[in-house]
Design a protein around this ligand. Sequence first.
Ligand SMILES: CC(C)(COP(=O)(O)OP(=O)(O)OC[C@H]1O[C@@H](n2cnc3c(N)ncnc32)[C@H](O)[C@@H]1OP(=O)(O)O)[C@@H](O)C(=O)NCCC(=O)NCCS
Length: 505
Amino acid sequence: MPTAVQQLMSSPPVTCATGASLAEATSLMHERQIGSVVVTEGAAVVGILTERDLLRAAAGRADPTGEPVHRWMTARPDVLRSDEEVGAAWSGLTHHHYRHLPVVDGGGVVGVVSLRDLLAVAQIRPAEEAGGALPRGLEGVVVAETSVGDVRGREGFHHYRQYPAVELAARRSLEDVWQLLFDGALPDRTASARFCGEVAAQRELPPGLAALLPSVARLGGPLDALRTGVSLLGAELGWRPSHDIGPDELRAQALRLCAVVPTLLAAAHRLRHGLDPVPPRADLPTAANYLWMLRGEEAPAAHVRAVEQYLVLTIDHGFNASTFTGRVITSTGADLAAAVCGAVGALSGPLHGGAPSRALDMLDAIATPDRAEGWIREAVGRGDRIMGFGHRVYKTDDPRSVFLRGVARSLGGPLVDLAERVEATAVGVLADLKPDRRLYTNVEFFAGVVLGTCGIPRELFTPTFAASRTIGWAAHVMEQAADNRLIRPAARYTGPPPPEAVPPA
Ligand SMILES: CC(C)(COP(=O)(O)OP(=O)(O)OC[C@H]1O[C@@H](n2cnc3c(N)ncnc32)[C@H](O)[C@@H]1OP(=O)(O)O)[C@@H](O)C(=O)NCCC(=O)NCCS
């Protein structure tokens, strides 16, 4: 195993001058398949520009050809010497949450070390993951293998299959990404049109579910209706245990489920508010049809695209609690509806999917930017969580939040201005009050702002999240079923020592 930085650094480093444009730096990164460019003036290192900086620049709507790199780079970055030990690189990167460090020798830059280089070679683990202590909440514990997607928390990177999720959100439709998750590849135009047709043909609620939905919808909230509706769907369509069916049957059920969920949510919402359901339209893509069924009128194109991008960004996100729940249930051989009902239950908790409406409630309570600091200090002082901030995996910017901030800006409006000012204040206050934590906005903060601006009622924020996540859950259910072994971990017993004689009644 390499012991010195020079043994694992990428060398020679890719450099550019301070005056180079973002576009020039981006094409260097693409050409060389690297995640950063060292910015130099003569021989001296003056900065480093990373993919994360490019993402910020894109979110800030910077013109890539006109913007010089020095505006977006991290200036005067920490550097390593090539003879330093790998451990120094590890602590430099992890302590400061950097992802790349230039390596300098004799006054000139000779290489770059990335977190990825370190992880590739290392048996090194963060201290909190080492040793025999059981990580609370299974943090960092690998419990399965998956090719659906992953999250790299320290890098602020999130991908579906091999593609960055934010790029998919920027460039592809929800249905294309759905197909990527179900079948492993992005479709070409013909396959895409065929898949859209297949989805559109399966949106109707089956008659038994449609007949029961008015009672279900009036009994509880939209997530209750979703959970119960999915259970009814599986029962009515006679879904058998995943253990007893083949992959084609399971995929067909998964497609039906994901096509029906938006219809179920929209119909339940309207029924709950005393309105008749609006039937789905086969001529509209999923996001446009969802807004149509909610409102009974076509939504503006900007709203449709913003909601679609939100849906793409939230399809999957590593081994989060609901995905894990769905896989555990599937590992017992239970049917798809059982797995998704369990996953919806896990998602409904405020520490997982239940935060976006709370983030907007917070913005309402704060009302004006000047009240933000006092409000947030008081809330944290009381021990409350600031909703939409912090993440189990991301200890840096959540890439979904960066992207959605850009979407929110493009939609504009007073809510967006207030949200950005509150975000800046909250990040500062949390850094001050919890200096050893890295608390930034998570997906839910700007999700609430985007969905709210697009006219989706708050009570439907988490259900809308569930509509896209159902696609991710289904992909995981299919993956689990295809190569299944019962998930049955162990717990460390900490109660009074047994055996103790049972006292007489
Ligand atoms: C998402 C979340 C559950 C992940 O947290 P986690 O990894 O389990 O972190 P912990 O609960 O162990 O908290 C670690 C510390 O950070 C603090 N913290 C984490 N998120 C915080 C937040 N949003 N506001 C205030 N403090 C927060 C905790 O109070 C704790 O501080 P302490 O050690 O001084 O008590 C957490 O950040 C949270 O509750 N956020 C608010 C809810 C939310 O936005 N949920 C949507 C998630 S996508």
